[in-house]
Design a protein around this ligand. Structure first.
Ligand code: NAD
Length: 249
């Protein structure tokens, strides 16, 4: 699907990989609505982008943001990048991992992603097809879905859920000509990792075979755009990680 003239929603588009997605889709000619709990101050966001405050866990807030996007034209592209990290082993110093923390991460990363997709898909299936496509849903998993490290049990479970739901959603929506694709990034230079001390950052970079550096958010945005543009990519999780396979720690 050509991005030009299409309406796109980017969940988590105020920062990091989501922000780079906003830039890539806007540069390709899409009108972008960002759905995020935190939005830039008036005038400080990406030029031409519409910002709506919404928590991905909240059905009404997400529905309102999707409605707003659909009021701008046919919603054909949804990129879900909202997510949070979490660190904690299953048990430590005689205490089990806090179940509320486990549930919080699953709620935001997995249930929240699904919440965005279900509202968006309900709209997309009503679109008129353009070149045999009504829309595309792209979600953000992580290399941790496959090689979760020590202390990543909640995060890895949430991202594994995203990988697991990608094919059944693609199958659910196949008859409606809507695709669903997941991206599993390795280590990217977003505010989270960019804030690390130089030594820690260098140590991380040395674990990435080639190119041996953190991914640039623009490279993630580029993949988002390529997935939108290539109608044959569907029902799959694409790794973008410089051949990184994460060790236990
Ligand atoms: N940066 C990496 O190296 C990396 C690697 C693998 C996967 N990921 C995944 O990519 C996605 C983006 O990561 P990032 O590094 O850009 O992080 P980031 O913190 O820079 O951006 C995340 C965005 O999501 C928003 N958000 C968080 N909770 C939300 C909620 N409940 N409702 C709506 N918006 C919410 C935040 O406000 C923020 O704008 C996440 O899902 C993350 O797990 C990142």
């Amino acid at each position: 699907m050509n991005c030009a003239g299409k309406v796109a929603v980017v969940a988590g588009g105020s920062s990091g990989l989501g922000e780079a997605t906003v830039e890539a889709l806007t540069d390709a000619g899409a009108t972008v609505v960002v759905l995020d709990i935190s939005i830039p101050e008036q005038g400080a966001g990406y030029e031409g982008t519409h910002y709506r405050v919404a928590d991905v866990r909240d059905s009404d807030q997400v529905a309102a943001a999707i409605e707003y996007a659909a009021s701008l034209g046919d919603l054909r592209i949804v990129a879900s990048c909202a997510g949070v990290g979490s660190v904690g082993k299953i048990t430590r110093k005689g205490q089990p991992l806090d179940l509320n923390e486990f549930q919080r991460v699953i709620d935001i990363n997995l249930v929240g992603t699904f919440n965005v997709l279900r509202h968006a898909a309900t709209r997309m299936v009503e679109n008129e097809p353009i070149e045999d496509e009504r829309g595309v849903l792209i979600v953000t998993a992580s290399a941790a879905a496959f090689e979760g490290q020590i202390g990543q049990v909640a995060y890895a479970a949430s991202k594994g859920g995203i990988v697991g739901m990608t094919l059944p959603i693609a199958r659910d929506l196949a008859a409606s000509q809507v695709r669903c694709v997941a991206i599993a990034p390795g280590l990217f230079n977003t505010p989270l990792l960019g804030a690390l001390p130089l030594a820690a950052r260098t140590a991380l970079e040395e674990t990435i075979p080639n190119p041996s550096r953190l991914g640039r958010p623009s490279e993630f945005g580029q993949l988002m755009r390529q997935i939108v543009e290539n109608p044959m990519i569907n029902g799959e999780t694409l790794r973008i990680d410089g051949a990184l396979r994460m060790a236990p720690r």
